[in-house]
Every structure is written in C-alpha cells, then in structure tokens.
Design a binder for this molecule. Structure first.
Ligand code: UDP
Length: 242
C-alpha cells in the first residue's frame, strides 16, 4: 500500500529554467506538462498545493541592469515574465482537470486575480492549485523570497524547491564525481557556507517562520509525490535540534 502524504499544504517553487527543458530560452510545453502531471498526482493525494514560478527562462532583472537598464525597471520586466510562466502552467494544469487560479502580486485584472491572501487560502481549501505570479511585486527581490513569503502567509507545512538535482550536494554533482548529497542541513549551514540553494533573504524568512525547505529533483517523474510521502531522495533544511 502506498504511504499517505505527510504534509497537508505545501508551496512548490519552480525556477523559470525548470520550464525551459533543453531549450536556451522560453518554455518547453512538454516540460511544463511533465511538471503539471506531477502536481496533479500530488493534488490527487489530497495535498493542498500552491506554486511560485520564476521568470529566469525569459528575463532576469540583473541581466537587464547589466545591459544598462534601470534595475527596478528591469526587475518589473522580470516579474512580468513570471506571469507568462504562471499562465502557461495554469493551462497545463487545467488540461489535466486540475482546478487552478493565478494570483499576481502586480494586479492584472484581465488575465488573473490580484494577490489576496485570504482568497488564496480559500482556493486551496477547495482543492484548487494557486499559482502566485509576479514574485513579491517589488523590485530587488527574487521569486525564491516570494516563495518563502507566500509559504509563510499560506501557513504551508513545507517549502519545496524543485531543482535540477535531487538535493543539496557538497559540490556540483554534474561536475564533481564524488560530490555527496546532504540528507539534512540547518538554515545556518546554508547561510554560513553560502550554499547555492536559495538566496539568503529566502532562507532567513523560512527560518524565522519555522518553515522546512525540501530540495528535490523536479525533473524526476513522480519525485514530488514521493517527497510528499517522505520517500525518495531529497535534502531537508531545518533548524538545528537543541
Ligand atoms: N523579480 C523581482 N521581484 C520579485 C521576484 C522577481 O523583481 O519579488 C524579478 C527579478 O528581476 C528576477 C525576475 O523577476 O530576476 C525573475 O525571477 P527569478 O530570477 O527569481 O526567477 P528564477 O530564477 O526562479 O527563474
């Protein structure tokens, strides 16, 4: 018998790059569909799921700033990119009969709902997947920070960070053969060693709100559901035990 989910409500953070597949830019429909399948399966387990999607596959504020744009202006463009990704994921989920709402931190009433905390919680209680778009709505932040913020606001049991590998390693496992995966790290380990998991603001926010971060491989089919049962490979980031 398969194990039941050990979480009731989670937030999944996807980077824009996760939706890119083998392309250099933009969206790969197959990849979006594969991730939507995994989200559908987790929803079917009875887990309430919300999602924060990045925009790095389309536009990053720092790149715009590097080419001479005003940083805040470039960041707003980055936030708009996340809305495109959110709409793509909404389509993929709805094609799989998963009820979905997109809420944007930058109001965009013709395409999606504005971010309203209590409404988002209500959607989740009804089994709808809420996709949070436009990050925090503020320049100079990242969608990782938006993920920690929304996860705290939604009272999620965990923040799931879907990455290219199945956890946090001592070195890049795609480059270093004997790199080892950490089963568990503390927030301070990540901050002190500058481990490239999420930015420091996101880690600090998660820490302050006692929000476990689980890093897993978003490209391994079924891994999201496995993690929800406490199975498979992943790294947990939590507070040090006293
Ligand atoms: N961004 C922002 N404020 C936020 C979230 C995102 O200004 O709260 C902008 C920023 O320019 C960033 C871009 O949106 O580069 C895309 O987000 P991010 O880089 O976090 O996406 P990811 O790396 O997850 O694909």
């Amino acid at each position: 018998m398969t194990q039941p989910a050990i979480y009731q409500r989670v937030l999944l953070k996807l980077s824009g790059e996760a939706l890119m597949g083998r392309r250099d830019y933009g969206l790969d429909t197959e990849m979006v569909g594969a991730i939507a399948n995994d989200i559908r399966d987790v929803v079917a387990m009875g887990v309430q799921v919300c999602v924060v999607i990045g925009g790095g596959n389309i536009f990053r504020g720092v790149s715009g700033a590097a080419s001479g744009m005003d940083r805040a202006q470039a960041d707003y463009m980055g936030m708009l990119a996340t809305v495109m990704n959110a709409l793509a994921m909404q389509t993929a989920l709805e094609r799989r009969n998963v009820p979905t709402r997109v809420q944007s931190a930058i109001p965009m009433s013709s395409v999606c709902e504005p971010y309203i905390r209590r409404r988002a919680e209500r959607h989740m209680e009804k089994g709808r997947v809420v996709i949070f778009a436009a990050g925090t709505g503020n320049p100079f932040f990242t969608t990782d920070t938006a993920a920690a913020l929304r996860a705290a606001e939604m009272h999620c049991d965990a923040l799931l960070k879907g990455t290219q590998v199945d956890g946090v390693y001592s070195a890049d496992p795609r480059k270093v053969a004997d790199a080892t995966r950490y089963e568990k790290l503390t927030y301070l380990d990540v901050l002190a060693n500058d481990l490239a998991v999420m930015d420091a603001a996101a880690i600090s926010l998660a820490r302050e709100n006692h929000l476990p971060i689980i890093v897993f491989n978003i490209h391994a089919p079924g891994a999201f559901a496995q993690v929800m049962r406490g199975e498979g490979a992943f790294t947990r980031i939590v507070e040090a035990e006293l």
